[in-house]
Design a protein around this ligand. Structure first.
Ligand code: NCD
Length: 303
């Protein structure tokens, strides 16, 4: 395929078309099979203005596995931001020191703003409730690994209002003609404009407040995004509203896989972990080759 990824920002999954996504997933597969130190001498800047475990560590491991190095912070309280420095000045500083920038921020649009401030590639590792494109790539990688295809029946269950992983993933699934069932507690439905977009893309979408597990091939569960609720009383109303237990699986297809971007709080009972359906820790592992591919592509180390 003739896609040029060199120097590109990755801000939204919608920055890619279907062929480009497939290309990245193919490259990720190659990364799992071994690789040269393609990024030796290069430095990745990791700017985490919000908590992270997997995204930050897997970007760091991906960079190091490719022979590169990382700098950055995971607590912006210890940076000059607390002195009143703007995001764009911070980005221009990091840009001077590094070859690629990964940013996570609580504000929707922060990654786009960072990309405008930087000539070096910027990768969005989550901007508020908006988008988390590399999570989507690893979600798709995991689904494709299990089913060999992406036009499957997917149920997204949880906080579809504030969850950025489900926003990104829904767009990608629509691109690949997946059937999408949206299940959430009342009040946490997928934003109307997203549903309109998905339908305009030709996707088959259904919306419900109750899980019918029987037809799902992929059940993608998310936690309630407590930190995004403007009003704690609103959170109190939905806290603990859903929990997947062994009992919930009795009508499941035998090929059902259960995914979760993690962290899990209590939406999936731990007894499910030992079932053949649970694939969320495979997802965690897949974050590394997928992010290796992304880093190698935007730096132009592979094409
Ligand atoms: C997610 C996120 O940060 O959006 N975590 C992740 O990157 N795997 C999901 C979440 O926080 O619920």
């Amino acid at each position: 395929m003739d896609a040029d990824f060199r120097g590109r920002d990755i801000i939204s999954i919608r920055d890619f078309n279907r062929g480009e996504i497939e290309f990245i997933l193919d490259k990720a597969l190659e990364m799992r099979q071994g690789h040269a130190p393609l990024l030796a001498g290069r430095i990745l800047g990791l700017l985490f203005f919000e908590p992270s475990t997997r995204t930050r560590l897997s970007f760091e491991v991906a960079m190091k596995r490719l022979g590169g190095d990382v700098v950055g912070f995971s607590d912006s309280q210890l940076t000059s931001i607390t002195k009143g420095e703007s995001l764009s000045d911070t980005i221009k500083t990091v840009e001077a020191y590094t070859d690629i920038i990964v940013i996570r921020h609580s504000r929707e649009g922060a990654a786009r703003l960072a990309a405008e401030a930087s000539k070096k590639p910027v990768i969005n590792a989550g901007d508020g409730p908006n988008q988390h494109p590399t999570q989507t790539l690893l979600d798709l990688f995991t689904i494709r690994k299990e089913f060999g295809r992406l036009d499957v029946k997917v149920t997204l269950m949880g906080d579809l209002k504030y969850g950025r992983t489900v926003h990104s993933l829904a767009y990608a699934l629509a691109m690949f003609d997946a059937e999408i069932d949206l299940v959430s507690p009342p009040g946490l439905e997928m934003p109307e404009e997203v549903i309109t977009d998905l339908k305009a893309m030709g996707a088959e979408v259904s919306v419900s407040n109750r899980l019918d597990i029987s037809k799902a091939q992929v059940l993608y569960v998310t936690r309630i995004q407590k930190e995004r609720f403007p009003d704690p009383e609103e959170y109190a109303k939905v806290r603990g509203a859903y929990k997947l237990t062994l009992d919930s699986l009795k009508d499941a297809r035998s090929d059902l896989i259960i995914l979760h971007p993690l962290p899990r709080v209590q939406e999936i009972a731990s007894e499910i972990d030992a079932t053949k359906h649970a694939k969320y820790f495979d997802q965690v592992a897949n974050g590394v080759p997928v992010r290796m591919a992304v880093l190698a592509l935007v730096t132009g180390a592979i094409e």
